[in-house]
Structure formats: structure tokens, C-alpha cells
Design a protein around this ligand. Structure first.
Ligand code: 6PG
Length: 235
């Protein structure tokens, strides 16, 4: 499903609305709502919307568990930290206990951190497969999503749920959910905003398949919603 919104504000509003709806649905059907948050700039406004009335009042926070789709291995107070961004925009403003917040901590060896997070997911969802109710994703201009970055091994990693990532141009490592982990989700929501994303969005949605990591996201038993603004949908 592709929905186009006039501006980033309406896009964020609709995204927060969808999250609130699905949180209620999941709690009604399964007793809890498990969501993997995205990093980057685009979801920040959505988190702020969720942290305020009226949307905040529609989310059954006591049954919500928050995870991350990817993280940059930097300190939480580093502006590049996905946890840090989510903490300021959402976590500090909603009634969640520390037991409901499952950040990707990757101090030290990223490979060990990735395995630790995979074990955390297996333990949390056991005896079932780790299956998120909602995975929030963005889209990079190079076609990456989460930290499934072209030119790294991560997009092709299929033996694990979480994998470390090191790019040549960054002085920090990352860890990310893998394609199989994301494709287990009940709902994947891509948020894409801005003119700089118009070309890649057209290529990902209408270009030949298998070109970009974002095209590998095809939930086997789930849905994909693309929420984009008119600038991103320009082409
Ligand atoms: C990350 C993100 C990444 C992001 C895209 C889009 O940690 O880097 O998870 O996948 O979603 O890079 O980022 P913007 O929203 O900032 O354009």
C-alpha cells in the first residue's frame, strides 16, 4: 500500500495514527504490541506525535514493547544514536517501564552485540519466532533501509536475525535486523520524506527488483505500507 501526503507533518500524523491503531489491535488480539523503531530523521516527528495527546491516549502503553531495527554503535548522548533520538522524542514522554524498552546496546564488539540482541529477541518471543507487530523503516538515498547498506554483507545475511555492519565511510559500526527478521513482521511501514528521496523511491517501487536492499523487504505473512510525502513521491 502506498499513501502520499501533502507534507511531512501530515505524513507523521498518519504514521502515528497507524501505529496507535495497530497497537490497540495487537493488544486486543495477542495481549501485547511489539514494535521495532527506526532511526534517522524522518520518524522523529512521528514519535513526537505519539508522545502527545490525543494519540498518546490511544496507545495501551502498559502492553507495549519497543525494540530497534538498527543502531549506530555510539554513546546514547551522541546525536547519531537512534536510542538517543527516540528517548528525546518519545520514551521520555510516555509511561513505559525499562522492562518494556529493548535497545540495541552495542558497546564493545559489534559481532557480540548482534548475537546478544538476537538472543534477546529469541528469549523474548520464545517459544515462537521473533515476529514484530510493526517494523518502522526509512529509506536512504542509496536504497538502504535499517542498516542494510549496499556494499556491505548485511543485506545478504540470512542465517541470523541481527548482524553487525561496518561501512568504509563511517567511523562507527552498526548492528541491524536482517532481511529475514524484518520479513517475519506482521506489518512493515516505510516512512519516506523529501525531494532527495524521489529518485530512489521511484527506483525501489517501480524499478527492476533486486537492485536495492529496501526491495528485499517482502514480509512473507505480513503487509507493507509506504507512507510518503508529495516531495518524495514527486517522480
Ligand atoms: C539509520 C536508519 C536508516 C534511516 C535512513 C533514512 O539508523 O541510519 O535506520 O535506515 O532510516 O537512512 O534516514 P532519514 O530518515 O534521516 O532520511
Amino acid at each position: 500500500m502506498l499513501r502520499v501526503f501533502a507534507d511531512p507533518e501530515r505524513l507523521s500524523q498518519a504514521a502515528a495514527d497507524l501505529i496507535a491503531d495497530r497497537s490497540q489491535q495487537a493488544v486486543t488480539q495477542r495481549g501485547r504490541f511489539c514494535m521495532a523503531l527506526s532511526g534517522g530523521n524522518t520518524p522523529q516527528r512521528t514519535y513526537q506525535q505519539l508522545a502527545r495527546s490525543p494519540l498518546r491516549d490511544r496507545v495501551p502503553w502498559s502492553q507495549v514493547h519497543l525494540f530497534w531495527g538498527d543502531e549506530r554503535c555510539v554513546a546514547e548522548n551522541d546525536p547519531r544514536s537512534n536510542l538517543g533520538m527516540a528517548r528525546k522524542a518519545l520514551l521520555d514522554h510516555v509511561p513505559l517501564t525499562p522492562e518494556q524498552i529493548h535497545p540495541m546496546s552495542c558497546a564493545g564488539d559489534p559481532r557480540a552485540a548482534a548475537s546478544a540482541y538476537q538472543q534477546l529477541l529469541r528469549d523474548f518471543f520464545s517459544p515462537e519466532e521473533p515476529r514484530f507487530d510493526l517494523v518502522l523503516l526509512g529509506l536512504g538515498e542509496d536504497g538502504h533501509t535499517a542498516s542494510l547498506i549496499p556494499g556491505t554483507k548485511a543485506p545478504r545475511e540470512t542465517a541470523s536475525l541481527v548482524t553487525p555492519v561496518q561501512t568504509a565511510k563511517e567511523d562507527f559500526s552498526r548492528i541491524t535486523l536482517t532481511v529475514p527478521a524484518i520479513n517475519l513482521a506482521r506489518l512493515v511501514v516505510f516512512l519516506v520524506s523529501g525531494r532527495s528521496k524521489a529518485k530512489i523511491l521511484r527506483q525501489v517501487l517501480w524499478g527492476p527488483t533486486g537492485q536495492f536492499p529496501a526491495q528485499l523487504i517482502v514480509p512473507g505473512k505480513g503487509e507493507i505500507h509506504w507512507l510518503v510525502d508529495s516531495n518524495a513521491a514527486g517522480q
